[in-house]
Design a protein around this ligand. Structure first.
Ligand SMILES: [Zn+2]
Length: 138
């Protein structure tokens, strides 16, 4: 399992392929119309001022993911912002802004690593580790 998919930011149209916490086989897909983002209070306060830069924008977001095999529902949330992307090729030279989002929380927790089913791993350790997967520390 590539834990790297968890610490990456994403854009709305390219949600990373997080594994399903229930069947462990499916991939979580974004449920239609479930993704919502909102500006933070600081952004709302500052965004109409003359000196505001788009890249200072901060968001919080929430969404619902659904497993493509067992249809488990997983809520996730986090924060986000705006970055500038520069394009340079022979015909064009310019830039555009895009929103990005970083997941901070999943429920039920998404399996970051596979815990071996073994007598050597006590049940309470497995339970605590599984719960910890819900919080993404980036
Ligand atoms: Zn599933």
């Amino acid at each position: 399992m590539d834990a790297g998919v968890f610490i990456k930011s994403f854009i709305e149209t390219e949600i990373p392929q997080w594994p399903c916490p229930s069947c462990q086989k499916g991939i979580l897909m974004l449920s239609e119309k479930s993704f919502h983002y909102f500006e933070t209070a600081a952004t709302k306060r500052e965004m109409n001022s003359d000196y505001f830069e788009a890249e200072w924008t901060q968001y919080v977001f929430t969404g619902v993911l659904s497993c493509n095999i067992c249809e488990e529902s997983v809520v996730f949330s986090g924060d986000g912002g705006v970055e500038q992307d520069y394009e340079h090729d022979e015909q064009h030279s310019g830039s555009h802004f895009y929103r990005f989002f970083t997941p901070r929380y999943f429920y039920p927790p998404v399996p970051i690593i596979r815990i071996p089913a073994s007598e050597k791993v006590p049940d309470d350790v497995t339970s605590l580790l599984t719960k910890s997967f819900g919080v993404v520390l980036v």
